[in-house]
Write a protein that binds this ligand. Sequence first.
Ligand code: SAM
Length: 265
Amino acid sequence: MKDRSGDAVRRLRARGRDVLDRIGPKFSEQRVIAEATQYWSARADRAWEGNSHWRDGIPDQWEQVGRDHFALFGKLARVLDREPTIGTVVEWGSGGGANAVAFAPHADRFIAVDVVQASLDECESRTRAVCETPFLPVLIDVAAPEEAIERIGPGSCDLFLCLYVIELLPSQEYARRILDIAAELLGPSGVMFVQIKYRDNADRAPHKRNYARNLASQTIFPIDAFWQVAVAHGFEPEVVSLVPQNDLDHNYAYVLLTPSKQDRG
Ligand SMILES: C[S@@+](CC[C@H](N)C(=O)[O-])C[C@H]1O[C@@H](n2cnc3c(N)ncnc32)[C@H](O)[C@@H]1O
């Protein structure tokens, strides 16, 4: 017979850990960056391939991820003054290539950025299986994402994708660094398509510690706060679309951003 009291104790312990991670003192930025580096490089838990969106890790959702994102991007892009160019695409946190296989066939060049070489290799082989678009992998250090700017080239990107990534960045401060990097990489007529996990009216506090067990909700934003952060970092938010629930998780907002006019020169 199943030991129901054991299950109840496990659930209670998990709940206790969850509450502590939300109300306990915040770990330093440096410590969270170190934990994130350790998590992604170690590939220690069984969920890693799923968390990295490799096809074998999320076999039932993988194709849908890229298909849905490409369709949503096309739909949201209709609010822009003119059709965006999908020339050079940079995907920040490309994982196992779910988006790459959907976007790269329409691009002139696809640049995949990630903190894990094995994910870049996986992304490259999935992408090469569907198209001949030139593919450039860029491995970065979690602690030094800005290194990507010189390697890719300031102003050289037409479309900057950041999907299923902001939520697992070490902090809101770190997410701001990624917005700055995107602003540097995008040309004046470029577009950023970003997904954030949003804080809803249930208003639970974000996790402040223990990266590995809370990585899917490490960095969340109220939607209006993200809008303002984007403006502060040189973007004009053009449109937002919500996905309160999908097969993978919940509370997602997709935002299409363009470089703000005053920064366009
Ligand atoms: C959930 S997967 C998302 C993959 C892909 N964007 C998608 O939508 O399927 C998250 C990816 O972000 C990468 N990642 C984690 N921290 C990162 C960081 N600071 N900068 C860039 N990529 C990061 C991970 O290695 C992983 O490949």
